[in-house]
Ligand binder design. Sequence first.
Ligand code: HEC
Length: 403
Amino acid sequence: MGAQSPAARRPLVAAVLVGSLGIAGGCRESDRPVSGPPPYVRELKPGEGKLHVESACLSCHNARTIITLEGMTKDWWRFDVCKMRHTFGAEVSDVDTAKIIKYLEDNYSWPDPVEDRERTGTDVIERVCYQTPESVLYHAPEDVYLVSNINGSPLGVDGDGFISKIAADGTALDLTWISGEREGTVLNAPKGMAIQGSTLYVADLTVVRKFDLRTGGPTGNIPIPGSTFLNDVCEGPNGSVYVTDTGLSGNTEGFVNTRTDAVYRIEADDRYRAIATGTVLGQPNGCVAVPGGLVVVTFGSGEVYRLDDDGTRHPMPRPPRGVLDGVVALGDGRLVISSFGGQAIYILRHDQTYEALAPLVDNPADIAWDQKRGRIVVPQFMKSRVVYFNLDGATAGATPTGP
Ligand code: HEC
């Protein structure tokens, strides 16, 4: 806030006077703080979505709870509405959630320079109550994004993970399409996903879980004894999938290396084998299948390599920064890689050099490639939002744009 106008200062002067005169009593208009809106504002501003706020939000507290917080950022409003849903039990549908967040963004948020600079993706896809989203997968036949939500600690065996089904325009079709909180479904800290036939494979700590792609119902589990942090799953040949183990566990200080680094190949009949193991793998994270094997990007060493099915590694150019998470291959074979270390999305061009497609993307986790729209979809882990960047035809380095 800038300098106060004389009018704004007056109540403070009055309060000081009242105090010094020793007048006791309850709350008076003159005791009100000088910041915030004038005390007589008790009505929400008119606008689309106002009715939704009134019906969903005013059963536990009045409108002033909202009005006095005018000036919070857009991100803050989204967090707060999601907190009302997830923590305080406000009953708000997925559709109304988006409308309420939009209303609060439009009417009660002020621009924030840092947030706006980072806000390089669309502002549509994120009015959804993601909770620590780790991975996005584009499912072309249905034209939807599946988003895995860890919901809490990435290591937590807490049964509260969920997978959202999101339309490409950002509408939450079903926020908790698959949910560990539903009877009969186990999901703790879901991360990478892959689709083979009618099955969705999900990496969940030390187990790969299978779900029916149509119903979301569980269809089996593949425990991988000896693994600690199964992270990405990618489609392999002949109905197989590959899954990486980043080899992590945790204590109060943060992540600890378990040295269980590995890449497994699971066949259509659930039999699996490790095609490569050992810390030489550099904490493998994202993967994408290529002929004869897969490309792996690493969380620990910041490397990119191609791994043959017999376990031979073929180094590829190393991105400018590390702590790599997701990788996808574009139709023309170029790779796109997300980097926590660089807070960036890199594209490996045909001349084998990297270009930052999108710098300043805080916490970019496991990305998806929406080939229909030419879009890279990015879950922002700690920000609990999902943004996307349109790849402009063949142009690498295209500026990120909205829808
Ligand atoms: C089921 C009850 C309930 C509903 C419904 C509800 N809230 Fe809240 N809200 C709370 C509680 C509890 C608090 C915390 C109050 C406190 O800390 O003293 C709160 C606090 C707030 C705050 C103050 C900031 C904060 O996070 O403590 C805002 C803003 C807010 N709510 C907005 C909303 C909006 C917007 C909606 C509609 C989507 C909503 N509330 C619906 C229970 C509810």
